[in-house]
Write a protein that binds this ligand. Structure first.
Ligand SMILES: Cc1cc2nc3c(=O)[nH]c(=O)nc-3n(C[C@H](O)[C@H](O)[C@H](O)COP(=O)(O)O)c2cc1C
Length: 297
């Protein structure tokens, strides 16, 4: 009997044979997902209640996927695989009923000084739509991309992909409702094969776009911290424009364009738009009261 592992999302079953043939990009995503749902998510609630009795199946599915990853000789030298291995080691102990020393620190509130920086970042960021003809150094772009990489991501799937466009000729392929002259464009895409391999194209199809959006927000915050000005641009998302870009840029069919951002040296300061008062954004359940006010609906 071939060994069966069951991927929870969408209930897709993979045999070891399937895993041995699977595209490495998809196998890696499955490994991330299994480490997440089969170990990371149940782990914390398990640990708090755990009496130390062996749990023979704990994290077993993630282990099977990793064993195939290893058998196929794929890299173990990357941070994502190191993270998987950390959880696999914990799961192995739980399976065997071995004691776990847990020393991960709890979060502490920021100092006033640190909070001033956070406030400057969150409340100071605003959209910029005019840029100077001044090159943005590569290390700044890299910091922006790294910030995008650190954003929350649904089930650790890591399906988000980035394209950096600096050349004015290439920039013409990306359509926006404003001129992006002098800006660096970062196109945020995702690999549509990845949600499919864990059934999330059916269970949570919105997540891939949300992941791209979270990355964009992190990137715009980093751009602001670096003294650059950026804006989120959605125009390319119209189906026809996105398809044209994909074709012109030569992207594989399975890469979907979610949005793009433009960043560069701000040419002119702008008035920051203001949001509704918080009380107008709050929704209150009938009969319930809230410290934040808000209208009953
Ligand atoms: C989902 C989304 C789509 C956006 N699309 C565009 C766009 O196509 N063109 C544009 O100039 N700005 C776009 N923006 C930027 C918004 O116009 C901007 O965030 C909003 O006016 C608030 O201003 P602020 O960013 O300065 O706080 C978009 C923002 C978001 C979140």
């Amino acid at each position: 009997m071939p060994e069966i592992i069951k991927v929870i999302s969408g209930g897709i079953e993979y045999t070891k044979e399937d895993l041995m043939k699977m595209d490495p990009v998809l196998l890696r995503a499955l490994l991330h997902e299994r480490a997440h749902h089969n170990i990371e998510v149940p782990f914390y609630t398990t640990l708090l209640k755990w009496k130390g009795n062996p749990m023979p199946n704990f994290g077993q599915q993630a282990q099977i996927v990793f064993d195939v990853w290893q058998e196929r000789g794929f890299t173990e030298d990357t941070p994502d695989i190191a993270w998987v291995k950390e959880y696999l080691a914990i799961a192995k102990k739980i399976r065997a009923g071995q004691k776990i020393e847990w020393t991960e620190p709890l979060p502490t509130p920021f100092t006033d000084e640190e909070m001033a920086v956070v406030n400057k970042l969150i409340y100071g960021r605003h959209s910029i739509r005019d840029w100077l003809d001044k090159p943005v150094p590569d290390d700044m772009i890299e910091k922006i991309l790294e910030a995008g990489r650190a954003a929350p991501i649904g089930c650790n799937l890591d399906e988000v992909r980035f394209i950096v466009i600096r050349e004015p000729e290439e920039a013409k392929m990306v359509t926006s409702d404003i001129s992006t002259q002098n800006a660096v464009i970062i196109v945020i895409c995702y690999d549509t094969r990845i949600p499919k391999v864990v059934g999330q194209d059916r269970s949570v199809p919105q997540n891939a776009g949300f992941d791209a959006a979270a990355a964009a927000d992190h990137m715009l915050l980093m751009a602001h911290a670096l003294g650059l000005g950026g804006v989120w641009l959605s125009e390319n998302k119209t189906k026809a424009a996105a398809e044209k870009f994909k074709e012109q840029y030569g992207l594989p069919v399975y890469i979907e364009v979610a949005l793009h951002i433009a960043v560069g040296w701000t040419a002119i300061g702008t008035i920051k738009s203001k949001r509704l008062p918080l009380t107008d954004m709050m929704i209150q359940r009938r009969g319930m009261c809230s410290d934040f006010g808000g209208k009953r609906i």
